[in-house]
Design a protein around this ligand. Sequence first.
Ligand SMILES: O=c1ccn([C@@H]2O[C@H](COP(=O)(O)OP(=O)(O)O[C@H]3O[C@H](CO)[C@@H](O)[C@H](O)[C@H]3O)[C@@H](O)[C@H]2O)c(=O)[nH]1
Length: 402
Amino acid sequence: MNTPVSHPSQISETNKGAIGSQISETNKRAIGSQISETKKGAIGSQISETNKGAIGSQISETNKGAIGSQISETNKGAIGSQISETNNKKGAIRSQISETNKGAIGSQISETGFTDLRNRITELRNRITDLRNRITDLRNQQRCNKVMKEHSVKNLIFSSSCTVYGDPKYLPVDENHPTGGCTNPYGKTKFFIEEILKDLWKADPDWNIVVLRYFNPVGAHKSGRIGEDPKCIPNLMPYCAQILVGKMKELKVYGNDYDTPDGTGVRDYIHISDVATGHVAAQTKVEEKCGLKIYNLGTGQGYSVMDMINAWTGQGYSVMDMINAFSAAAGKPVKYRIIGRRPGDVASTYSKPDLAAKELGWKATRGLNTMCEDLWRWQTMNPDGFNSNGPTHKKHKLTQKI
Ligand SMILES: O=c1ccn([C@@H]2O[C@H](COP(=O)(O)OP(=O)(O)O[C@H]3O[C@H](CO)[C@@H](O)[C@H](O)[C@H]3O)[C@@H](O)[C@H]2O)c(=O)[nH]1
């Protein structure tokens, strides 16, 4: 998922002036109309030829087909055979099945079969929406590059992601690690855009481009006024926060059989405000006429899913500790369960952030406790995200010592 909504607004408070002065009101209007009139057709057709077709056919071939047949094989078949078994023995069984039992059988079918089917359809829908968003990202980047060039604005900071590294060949990951072996569509889009930007700079070295590869941003602005308001399935920490305010039922932990200390996935979680200060440092860098530069934005520290769950409470690391502590924090039982691995997840990834420290003079300064404290403040002050009317969940007090 997904770049959190919080950074643009945090960054804009700090950088607005600098960026705004590069693009005047007049240019903005000119840029807008040029995109819509002149470029739309040309760019649109490139995308539809190159990307949409390829991605579209992959969806229909790989996903729809695969998922469709899984549904029919696993569910329909299973349900079908249960029904036909029941029906074949109808005569014999009918007399034994009372009205009450019929109801029980019916609800078993709907629970096991139809719920599963519904979940799979939702998953397929989410994937298609995700791919659509990726195509839009690519199209927007191409438009942005063209228009910037036409108006001689050649300084650019690009928000990339650690997912361009794919499943790391070594840890911690530095900027020289090979890219492109991405395990999900989001990572591929970031990788493609990075490649486009490299070509752009090779063709015209007047460009100054800083590519920032974020690791896993979490947290919110310390004021509690700016935070993440996920519109689709949230990342791990927003999901935890939403469980505590009763908006989600349970956390599904995607696999505990990875080759990591406790078996769950390990990530380099970084406070969103540190990501924002990374952008401010990058802004200074592009103004120095830096050419093309690439930096990791991470803390260098890997945490597992269980570490992150426990970080909310300051309690121990076992599953039972986590359940008890979460329940105490929320004032009601909180459920979570371990399920299978999520396709596209890697076991571990965390950064070597030394280059950013050396060349940008930037370092992440906020620890895990601050990430949790700030995220929790945002969530309690805004239980319904940006549509909230203020704090309504005061009773959900976090027991974490911060
Ligand atoms: O409900 C959940 C959600 C996540 N996880 C696990 O938690 C870890 C972190 O997952 P998540 O928060 O979804 O982030 P990633 O999958 O590591 O990365 C996503 O989020 C990053 C930060 O926004 C982006 O940079 C990546 O491109 C994007 O794939 C992984 O081990 C997941 O398996 C769970 O167990 N249950």
